[in-house]
Design a protein around this ligand. Structure first.
Ligand code: MN
Length: 221
């Protein structure tokens, strides 16, 4: 997903491609600092700690670990699902963010969005509605299905469940964090407001690249 996709344990927090204050006013600096430096780092630390005690599983990258969850010893499976999922979901999230006005959707992405949802505005509305309707913590995703002619779909997953486990044949294009830690400092309990403002800091260039990689049969980068 990022350069971290091929990384094997012990996992390391990847630097953002921008500063903590660069997504203001949509995402405030304090939220970014805590979210990246503490929350994401926390998932990585806990994942590394269990892998250190289970060296048989320490040579796998994060996608392999989450795809092979059923084979992982029961004593560490829950931790790998939760902390590994937390790591990979955040890695994906950071990569699909960018300072406002620095990215644009490709022609192909725009066409596919129109085809699946009717219009860009209708897509955004459906994505926001799905995020608001999701009960509790989790993530809202835009994915495509290579086996269905790369058809786009919006799905939500609870907690830190990952696409690797829950939709392994799908390709993730865009993800938004529904955990309160992602928005509470600025938006408090107003998740709908968070989701409606968040569009301004979506990295459309990266989302377009992900769709084009999927359509070309290239691995995630
Ligand atoms: Mn988060």
């Amino acid at each position: 997903m990022t350069s971290g996709t091929t990384q094997v344990g012990p996992f390391e927090l990847q630097p953002l491609g921008f500063g903590y204050a660069d997504l203001e006013p949509v995402i405030d600096k304090a939220t970014m600092k805590l979210h990246h430096g503490k929350h994401h780092q926390g998932y990585i630390d806990k994942l590394n700690a269990v892998l250190e005690t289970n060296p048989d599983w320490s040579g796998l990258n994060i996608g392999e670990l989450l795809t092979r969850l059923p084979e992982i010893p029961e004593s560490i499976q829950k931790t790998v699902r939760e902390q590994g999922g937390g790591h990979v979901n955040h890695q994906f999230f950071w990569k699909t963010l960018a300072p406002a006005g620095t990215s644009a959707p490709s022609k192909t992405l725009t066409e596919e969005i129109d085809k699946a949802f009717g219009s860009f505005e209708a897509f955004k509305e459906k994505f926001e509605t799905a995020g608001v309707a999701h009960f509790g913590s989790g993530w809202v995703h835009l994915i495509c299905w290579p086996e269905q002619d790369f058809k786009l779909e919006i799905i939500t997953l609870p907690n830190q469940d990952s696409l690797y486990e829950k939709a392994p044949t799908a390709r993730g294009l865009l993800i938004c964090d529904l955990w309160e830690h992602a928005y509470y400092l600025k938006y408090q309990n107003r998740r709908a407001e968070w989701l409606s403002h968040w569009w301004d800091v979506v990295n459309w260039t990266e989302v377009s690249k992900r769709l084009s990689a999927a359509r070309s049969g290239l691995a995630e980068v």
